[in-house]
Design a binder for this molecule. Structure first.
Ligand SMILES: *Cc1c(COP(=O)(O)O)cnc(C)c1O
Length: 439
């Protein structure tokens, strides 16, 4: 498949006829044909692949083509798709019943595993999605501190709760405005937005609003504007000054938890947040997420305390079985050593392949972004300067060569433990071909 990228090919009608038809059919019954917008190829053009199955490092589309997968369901598939231990656990759990609405020992077991792994977590509550985890953590922070304001950082994504769907306003640097129709001014009036990696802004907002601030929430290593790494000074100022001001620090580790290290970003950074949100990997590919932290804070949640939060399917036995299986496998440090080795191989190979094309690569372990940007990306303002047309060309060139990348410049690639040195070599060769054709 060495096609030039004309408009007809990009529609997918020629190269992926079954996916093309499936998408047309889906579009008449599902808004935009997808159940989450990131899947729609909106940023790169063309129609999304419809997936038939996946195994290990590979996904297979309806047309029967095989791709080396670097999305990994946007993070969860750190062991690769359809891992035998996860399948075994889910099958065994399903035979015992898929939901009871009553406590099970699997929930206690996964809570114990999380507490053992993540340094700052003393108690943990399970929910069904990362969105729910961050929404609940913020309600808890507000209930605990009896304060209203929350601070987030531009380009960090914390799911789609109303108070977090904000953009920086034009008037004042820090005033947040709704980022989607349907989100009211009222829902965002207590959210302040700052630039990532800006420790002066953190200091200033605490000086100005300190006693009103319930919490800061951040991605401690960003995945959702591409991979962006924070500076040590930024993290230190955040931790020290929130402690002094009595504001809570919420680490949103929905993406980084069990990804960048078994103990998450906090274990690499030596920072102890008050609350942490987890998702993606923790559910082993089933819908599950969690929030946890200091026991004295977590005990404010109903029924231990009075902050309301509930869920019909929370702690679902299939999801906890999958989560327990994946966390058991990940407790072996060899997994993370191998992911680092593969990450380094891919990092060096892509860097070499891109050669003189203006680019910068950010990577932490098995999470990586090739930015079409000559400067290191440390904030959303810098991320916005990427050449997204070049990214789209790169994306389609790789797809044509059997490599399935995240379909946006502003997402991270994920390597799994099922990827082999040969898979990475094949990926680098594809990139060499794509970039050789450039211009
Ligand atoms: C994916 C993600 C979320 C949202 O999780 P969902 O399960 O999609 O609701 C929140 N925060 C971060 C950092 C994420 O990467």
């Amino acid at each position: 498949m060495r096609q030039s990228h004309d408009a007809e090919n990009e529609s997918g009608a020629e190269s992926h006829p079954k996916s093309h038809d499936a998408f047309a059919r889906a579009t008449s019954v599902i808004p935009g044909g997808v159940n989450s917008p990131a899947r729609a190829f909106g940023a790169v053009g063309g129609t999304p692949l419809f997936i038939d199955s996946a195994k290990g490092a590979y996904i297979f589309d309806l047309d029967g083509d095989r791709y080396i997968d670097y999305i990994g369901s946007w993070g969860p598939m750190i062991l690769g798709h359809a891992h035998p231990e996860v399948l075994k656990a889910v099958q065994a759990a399903a035979e015992k019943g898929t939901s009871f609405g009553a406590p099970t020992e699997g929930e206690t077991k996964i809570a114990e595993r999380i507490i053992a792994a993540v340094p700052s977590i003393e108690k943990v509550r399970f929910v069904n999605s990362g969105t729910e985890a961050t929404m609940s953590a913020i309600r808890l922070a507000r209930g605990y501190t009896k304060r209203d304001k929350i601070i987030k950082f531009a380009g960090n994504y914390h799911g789609h709760a109303d108070s977090l769907l904000v953009a920086a306003g034009s008037s004042a640097a820090t005033l947040a405005v709704p980022n989607s129709p349907g989100v009211t001014q009222g829902a965002t009036q207590d959210t302040i937005i700052l630039s990532y990696n800006d420790s002066v802004a953190v200091h200033n907002v605490l000086t100005q609003h300190g006693p009103e601030i319930a919490a800061f929430i951040l991605e401690p290593i960003v995945g959702n504007m591409g991979c962006v790494v924070p500076g040590d000074d930024f993290l230190r100022v955040l931790r020290e000054e929130t402690l002094n001001a009595g504001a809570l620090l919420i680490y949103d580790e929905v993406m980084t938890g069990f990804r960048v290290a078994f103990g998450g970003a906090q274990s690499l950074q030596g920072i102890t947040p008050d609350l942490t949100t987890l998702g993606k990997i923790v559910g082993g590919g089933l819908p599950a997420a969690a929030y946890g932290g200091r026991a004295d804070i977590m005990d404010h949640i109903l029924p231990a305390g009075d902050v309301f939060q509930a869920g019909t399917l929370s702690g679902n036995p299939l999801a906890t079985a999958a989560g327990n299986a994946i966390l058991r496998e990940l407790a072996d440090p060899v997994v993370y050593e191998r992911l680092e080795m593969l990450g380094e191989q891919l990092h060096e190979g892509l860097d070499r392949a891109a050669g003189k094309i203006p680019h910068t690569i950010a990577r932490v372990g098995s999470m990586l972004t090739l930015f079409f940007n000559p400067e290191p990306v440390t904030s959303w303002a810098q991320a916005e300067r990427c050449d997204t047309n070049q990214f789209a060309k790169y994306f389609h060139g790789m797809l044509d060569r059997g490599v399935y990348l995240p379909c946006s410049q502003y997402e991270a690639m994920f390597i799994s433990n099922a990827h082999t040195v040969e898979d990475i070599e094949e990926t680098i060769s594809a990139a060499e071909e794509v970039f050789a054709d450039w211009n």
